[in-house]
Ligand binder design. Structure first.
Ligand SMILES: Cc1cc2nc3c(=O)[nH]c(=O)nc-3n(C[C@H](O)[C@H](O)[C@H](O)COP(=O)(O)O)c2cc1C
Length: 341
């Protein structure tokens, strides 16, 4: 029904507007518990073989909602009703920021893809922490994806990450250091070995000084070379990271079925969805072969249950979806779970 009726209508409207409308709609219907439970019976799929134990956490299934969808934790306690085993809020920055000027989110339906240059639009860490403090998340695992404000220079980036880490520490189950968004100028330079090691060691020192440290992960871009990936693996070991998220959106524009003039007119931004499947799969296999002990979360171009199965076979312990959820609709996480079983 979603693909036949609802999606064609939604795709007539500006994508960012649809995003906000969906939030309003979901908040309304999932805010009414009996209805939310009923919806849950349609959209969730449970089976003991889906359960995962990872970084000391129990995941009721391995399918998560990727960062960027619920940036401000507005619906964080509701995603379980749509079949997700975990959700990653953020990217959260210390201060609120508006992000890039609109229009900044584009659909490429021929490729089942999106291009976005949102630029970490978010309400800031105080707002997100307060929302998380009030919610009852039940058995859903919640991660926080943290970043820096646009006007914070890279030399001071660590301070931003530390602020977000400290303010959210009590309220989330795991942390992800995001240095891979293509939409904050210079951010991806923090993926280089020197600055990355310094940033992650600073956070890990603070984390390990806590009575109960939280799992600390890193999210990287799919555009890294093999030797840069080797460096990342080394940095993960040095900073004793708990895992790696592969991948963020790509700045590449190949291979696309959408006409080149349309892609050019869209301009800068990160590409996600169908065109990312092969590259994300390749990166997962590469890292899993070289570092079999390092837990991986596979994300990027998971558009069918089969893609999720292949990502897990390649060595990921969990998967996340964003663009697939937009194209496949609210039953997507449940369908992946059913397909995996
Ligand atoms: C509109 C949009 C906003 C995003 N915002 C973030 C973000 O704030 N932080 C982040 O780490 N990733 C963000 N992402 C990247 C996704 O989490 C994911 O890594 C990427 O889209 C690849 O997965 P997909 O092909 O399933 O969409 C965003 C993606 C999209 C499409």
């Amino acid at each position: 029904m979603y693909k036949l009726l609802i999606r064609p209508l939604l795709f007539l409207i500006d994508p960012e507007r649809v995003h906000h409308l969906s939030f309003t709609f979901l908040k309304l219907i999932l805010g009414f518990k009996p209805l939310a439970r009923l919806i849950g019976t349609f959209f969730t799929y449970q089976h003991p073989s889906l359960e995962r134990e990872l970084f000391g956490l129990h995941f009721k299934n391995p399918v998560g909602l990727a960062a960027g969808f619920d940036k401000d934790a507005k619906l964080v306690d509701k995603w379980g009703y749509l079949g997700f085993g975990f959700v990653e809020v953020g990217t959260v920055t210390p201060r609120p920021q508006a992000g890039n000027p609109k229009k900044r989110l584009f659909r490429l339906p021929k490729d089942k893809a999106l291009i976005n240059r949102m630029g970490f639009n978010n309400g800031g860490v105080e707002v997100v922490a307060e929302r998380l403090r009030k919610m009852k998340k039940g058995d859903l695992i919640v991660g926080a994806n943290i970043g820096k404000n646009k006007d914070t220079p890279n030399e001071k980036a660590t301070e931003d990450y530390v602020i977000c880490f400290e303010k959210l520490f009590e309220y989330v189950d795991y942390f992800v250091v995001n240095v891979s968004s293509p939409n904050t100028p210079g951010l991806r330079e923090l993926q280089e070995k020197g600055p990355l090691t310094q940033l992650l060691l600073s956070l890990q020192d603070i984390n390990q000084a806590k009575p109960e440290p939280k799992p600390l992960l890193l999210k990287v871009a799919p555009d890294l070379t093999d030797s840069q990936l080797d460096d990342i693996i080394e940095v993960c070991a040095t900073a004793r990271l708990d895992g790696l998220i592969l991948n963020n959106t790509t700045i590449a524009r190949e291979p696309l079925a959408t006409v080149a003039s349309k892609v050019e007119a869209i301009g800068n931004g990160g590409l996600s969805g169908g065109p990312l499947t092969a590259r994300a799969q390749e990166v997962t296999s590469y890292v899993a072969e070289r570092s079999p002990e390092l837990p991986l979360i596979g994300v990027g171009g998971i558009m069918r249950p089969q893609d999720a199965a292949e990502r897990l076979e390649a060595g990921a312990s969990l998967v996340q979806v964003y663009t697939g959820f937009v194209y496949e609709g609210p039953g997507f996480a449940g369908r992946i779970c059913r397909g995996l079983v």
